[in-house]
Design a protein around this ligand. Structure first.
Ligand code: CP
Ligand code: NVA
Length: 299
């Protein structure tokens, strides 16, 4: 049997394939043809170890648009939560559905599933990466500003799962990523090293923002880190995206945030609700980008 393609990381696809998915996402968004149902009768299993609004709804709606359906599975109500081995679960689930999407604590859960699944596996967020969000972010940039190749993007805040996927996007789509984080919160060295010249590290948020065509950030406390909230609020104090940061960037710079956001913490209301913010088209694009991804993996 042929090995299925997976999307556990942006690096699972070639740069050409990623661009093809972005172009296709824009096309699907503009056409919105209800008669186009390439996944008729197909089933996506969605395993969520953590909460979700956008990821769950966009995958479920996308499958329905394409004539298929989606199953929401929580470890609390399946044998996964009672310790059934991942290998066994991957083999069994993939024998009954056409694609599996997982949102898990550990990145290895998704890669282990991919190793043992007979159908494509999609990473819907792990502690290390959030590649589906990057498809939507890149689609949004292409829609508003055209090709991102050669541009500078600033990631300011936590060197977290979103930041790691931005590093991969910089490598794949050939832009420079300026990363500004408080000491101790930079991405893991392995991610920085593989990116080579595509990543530049900064202590100062303002310096990172200079000449950037896009400013992106995320929450200071990700899911699973709730105990660190107070200490993180202090550590990230100087890394808030406010009008001073936006003024340091290019005059037409866009602002992105994967959401959910905390106004007054990582971003001011003035910025996230202001004219440079594209956070809501960015969120909507989860639907279009993932439909393009499902079509790529399953058709
Ligand atoms: N941005 C994102 O992944 O949102 P959800 O956690 O709501 O899925
Ligand atoms: N970094 C955040 C992203 C949420 C979509 C988290 O992991 O909680």
């Amino acid at each position: 049997m042929m090995k299925p393609r997976h999307f556990t990381s942006l690096l699972d696809l070639s740069s050409e394939e990623l661009k093809q998915i972005i172009t296709r996402a824009i096309e699907l968004k503009n056409k919105r043809d209800p008669n186009y149902q390439p996944l008729k009768g197909q089933i996506l299993a969605m395993i969520f170890e953590k909460s979700s609004t956008r990821t769950r709804i966009s995958f479920e709606a996308g499958m329905v648009h394409f004539g298929g359906s989606a199953l929401f599975l929580s470890p609390r109500d399946t044998q996964l939560g009672r310790g059934e081995p991942l290998q066994d679960s991957a083999k069994v689930i993939s024998s009954m559905v056409d694609c599996i999407m997982l949102r898990t604590n550990k990145h290895e859960t998704v890669t282990t599933f991919a190793q043992h699944s007979s159908v494509p596996v999609i990473n819907g967020l792990t502690d290390e990466q959030h590649p589906c969000q990057l498809l939507a972010d890149m689609q949004t940039f292409f829609e508003y500003r055209g090709d991102i190749k050669g541009k500078t993007v600033a990631w300011i805040g936590d060197g977290n799962n979103m930041c790691n996927s931005y590093i991969h996007a910089a490598m794949q789509l050939d832009f420079t990523l300026n990363i500004a984080c408080p000491p101790g919160y930079f991405p893991q060295q392995a991610y920085i090293e593989t990116a080579g010249k595509h990543v530049k590290l900064f202590d100062s948020a303002i310096e990172a923002a200079k000449d950037s065509a896009l400013i992106a950030t995320d929450v200071w406390t990700s899911m699973g880190q709730e105990d660190e909230q107070a200490i993180r609020e202090l550590a990230f104090r100087d890394y808030q995206i406010n009008s001073a940061i936006m003024s340091a960037a290019q005059s037409d710079a866009l602002f992105m945030h994967c959401l959910p956001a905390h106004r007054g913490e990582e971003v001011t209301s003035e910025v996230i609700d202001g004219s440079q913010s594209v956070v809501f088209p960015e969120a909507e694009n989860r639907l279009h980008a993932q439909k393009a991804l499902l079509e790529f993996l399953l058709c």
